[in-house]
Design a protein around this ligand. Structure first.
Ligand code: NAD
Length: 273
C-alpha cells in the first residue's frame, strides 16, 4: 500500500511512494499539496534547498493529520553548497526552514567532481551524529558512483535519478541494486509528457487505470521508489491509487522496451554550475 516500504541497506524503511514538490510554490500551494498528500496516506515528501519551498513543506507537515515522526522527509544539498563546511551549514539551514530537527534522507543533488567527496564526508558526519536517518546521492551515473565509492566510509543508501519509460538506464539500475543502493525515480511522469503516449493510453484502457497509475505501478514493480509531483488535490489522491492491480511481466517488459535514452532534465555529465 501507500505506506509500504523498501528497506535501505542500513535497515531504515523508506516509503516507496512519495510526493515530489519541485515547482510547487512556497506558501499556500506547497502547504496544501503536502497536507493533502499526508491526509490521504502519503508518508514521504521529496524537497530540496533549491526548490525554495522548504518552509511551506514544514508548515504542510505541521498542519497535516500526520506526526512528523511518521513522515519520511527528504531534502538535498545544492551544488553551490557542496564542500565539507558548506554542506554542514546548508543542512542546518534546511532544517531551520523545514522546522524540524532531523531529516530522514539527505541527498547530494548533483555530482560535482572531487568536491562531492568532501560533501560526502559531511553527509557521513551528519549520519553518524544521527542528524539524518539515511544519506544518499542524486544524478550519479555509474562512473560517478564508482569514483565516490573509492573514498567512502558509508555507501550511499539511495540514488535518485531521472527514470521513466524513455530513460530506463537498466545497467545503472542493476549496478545500484548490486551495490544495495536503492534506486529512486525523479520525473516519473516525464514532467507531464507521459500523458501524450499512445501506448500509455492503450495500457490505461487495458487495465482500466490512469496513465499515471500505470507508469507509477511499473516503477514499484521494478523496485524503484517513485515521487510524482502534483499540487492538485484530485491528482495527488488519484496518482496514489495503484495498489489494487498488477502489471503483467509482459507489459513491464513492454514499458522497458520504450527506452530511448531520452532525458527531459539535465544530463549529469553536462551540468556544470
Ligand atoms: P513529474 O514527472 O512528477 O511530472 C509532474 C508533472 O505532471 C506536473 O506538471 C503535474 O502537473 C503533472 N501531473 C501530475 N499528475 C498528473 C495527472 N494525474 N494527470 C495529469 N498531469 C499530472 O515531474 P517532476 O516534478 O520533475 O518530478 C517529480 C519529483 O522528482 C519532483 O517534484 C522532485 O521532487 C523530484 N526531482 C528531483 C530531481 C533531482 O535532480 N534529484 C530533478 C527533478 C525532479
Amino acid at each position: 500500500d501507500l505506506r509500504g516500504t523498501f528497506e535501505l541497506h542500513n535497515g531504515v524503511q523508506m516509503p516507496y511512494f512519495g510526493l515530489g514538490v519541485y515547482l510547487s510554490k512556497d506558501g499556500s500551494e506547497v502547504i496544501h499539496a503536502v497536507k493533502d498528500a499526508l491526509d490521504h496516506g502519503y508518508r514521504h515528501i521529496d524537497t530540496a534547498a533549491i526548490y525554495n519551498n522548504e518552509e511551506g513543506v514544514g508548515t504542510g507537515i505541521k498542519e497535516s493529520s500526520v506526526d512528523r515522526k511518521d513522515v519520511f522527509l527528504v531534502s538535498k544539498v545544492w551544488n553551490t553548497d557542496q564542500g565539507y563546511d558548506s554542506t554542514l551549514k546548508a543542512f542546518e539551514a534546511s532544517l531551520e526552514r523545514l522546522g524540524t530537527d532531523y531529516l530522514d534522507l539527505y541527498l547530494i543533488h548533483w555530482p560535482k567532481g572531487d568536491l562531492s567527496k568532501e560533501t560526502w564526508k559531511a553527509m557521513e558526519r551528519l549520519y553518524k551524529e544521527k542528524r539524518v536517518r539515511s544519506i544518499g546521492v542524486s544524478n550519479f551515473l555509474q562512473h560517478h558512483l564508482e569514483d565516490l565509492l573509492t573514498s567512502v566510509e558509508i555507501v550511499p543508501m539511495v540514488n535518485q535519478m531521472e527514470f521513466h519509460p524513455y530513460l530506463v538506464q537498466q545497467k545503472l539500475l542493476d549496478f545500484c541494486n548490486a551495490n544495495r543502493i536503492q534506486y529512486e525515480a525523479w520525473s516519473p511522469l516525464m514532467q507531464g509528457n507521459i500523458f501524450d503516449l499512445d501506448i500509455m493510453k492503450d495500457l490505461a484502457a487495458k487495465y482500466n487505470k490512469t496513465i499515471a497509475q500505470i507508469v507509477l505501478r511499473w516503477d514499484l514493480q521494478k523496485g524503484v521508489i517513485t515521487i510524482p509531483k502534483s499540487s492538485k488535490k484530485e491528482r495527488i489522491i488519484a496518482n496514489a491509487d495503484l495498489f489494487d492491480f498488477e502489471i503483467s511481466d509482459e507489459d513491464v517488459k513492454l514499458l522497458d522496451s520504450l527506452d530511448r535514452g531520452k532525458r527531459f532534465g539535465p544530463d549529469p555529465d553536462n551540468f556544470n554550475f
